[in-house]
Design a protein around this ligand. Structure first.
Ligand code: DAH
Length: 342
């Protein structure tokens, strides 16, 4: 029987084509060509009118059977394709939790920050408060109130960044002494760390912006012996227990007497070496007894109170302690340099 064989052929061909369909769109094309109006199956069904009344129901039933078996084959093929797709997607998105991670380096404090912190902690342990002052300053606080006369060379515009005739970028932290004395009654015991500015060309030992830490102590009966004791303790905590100190006479307008303080070389102990340039001593700061004029201008009676002051260059301490031979390293932020202090 020709029609029955034709139908069986259609069934088998459909089976093969469906097995070969590998994605959604080719499956959809197949569905149209197998079951659509122009499909072979539809043509067979249209030709059923010519069949005998006896054959018609049998062929009809067979054709319907084939139709529904193709439909369910399409549905199961579609389900398979979807399963493959999602399996492929999952495989592509799979995260291997056992893979080694990317290490993130921890940042660390800048060496200048470390030194400033260390210095501040040493003075805090001796009962000092840590205070702050403005970087943009009146001429009065930076110079006049510190007993620096009008024609003093330090006022030269070549050394100081002037903003107007009487406003400038502070060239030293010493002005914080004046602010403190104006607002605080003795006893006073403060250190003031911060940036200072000078119109200097950059080289291995100069920078237009650097850091100082100012110290000020005012009370009854303060002597130069107190100054020496405080600075000796500071030097020993900073550079080692066996450090010795010596005063060298010097001049600062705001102190009388004034001195520079040297520490015994912490590398050679005073014998003379490369670090102390054969001297055995290293200069670390300026200091002295606060000048009576400075006390008076800031409203403190020099007959009742005396005091001392000191100013330490933070870069200088860092360079000496860490053996940094070029100050520019402190500002360039080359991570290879910074990591040495992590
Ligand atoms: N201000 C001085 C400077 O920048 C450092 C200094 C010296 C500060 C003696 C002081 C001091 O308080 O008593 O060179």
């Amino acid at each position: 029987m020709a029609m029955k064989e034709k139908l069986e052929e259609i069934r088998q061909a459909a089976q093969k084509q469906l097995e070969a369909a590998s994605d959604e769109s080719s499956l959809e094309q197949l569905r149209v060509s197998l079951l659509g109006k122009k499909s072979e199956l539809s043509q067979v069904l249209r030709g059923m009118g010519q069949l005998s009344a006896d054959e018609r129901p049998k062929i009809g039933a067979l054709a319907n059977d084939i139709r529904s078996s193709i439909e369910s084959a399409i549905a199961s093929r579609r389900a398979e394709i979807e399963k493959q797709l999602s399996a492929a997607k999952l495989a592509a998105e799979r995260i291997d939790v056992t893979m080694p991670g990317t290490a993130h380096r921890r940042g660390s404090r800048h060496p200048l920050g470390q030194i400033e912190h260390e210095m501040a902690e040493i003075f805090r342990s001796m009962g000092f408060d840590i205070v702050d002052g403005p970087e943009v300053e009146y001429d009065y606080y930076n110079f006049q109130a510190l007993n620096i006369p009008e024609n003093h060379p330090a006022r030269d515009t070549q050394d100081t960044f002037y903003i107007t005739d009487n406003i400038l970028l502070r060239s030293q932290t010493s002005g914080v002494q004046v602010h403190t004395m104006e607002t605080t009654k003795p006893p006073i015991r403060v250190v003031a760390p911060g940036r200072v500015y000078r119109s200097d060309a950059v080289d291995a030992t100069h920078s237009p912006c650097f850091h100082q830490m100012e110290g000020l102590v005012i009370d009854k009966d303060i002597t130069m012996g107190d100054l020496r004791g405080i600075l000796l303790l500071f030097a020993q905590k900073m550079f080692g227990e066996s450090t010795r100190v010596r005063f060298r006479p010097h001049h600062f307008p705001f102190t009388e007497p004034s001195a520079e303080l040297d520490i015994s070389c912490f590398v050679c102990g005073g014998e003379g070496c490369r670090v102390c340039k054969g001297e055995g001593w290293i200069e670390i700061l300026g200091c002295g007894m606060v000048h009576p004029n400075v006390l008076t201008m800031s409203g403190i009676d020099p007959k009742e109170y005396t005091g001392f002051a000191f100013g330490i260059g933070i870069e200088r301490v860092a360079m000496i302690k860490y053996g940094i031979d070029d100050m520019r390293l402190c500002y360039e932020n080359d991570v290879r340099f910074l990591r040495e202090f992590a």
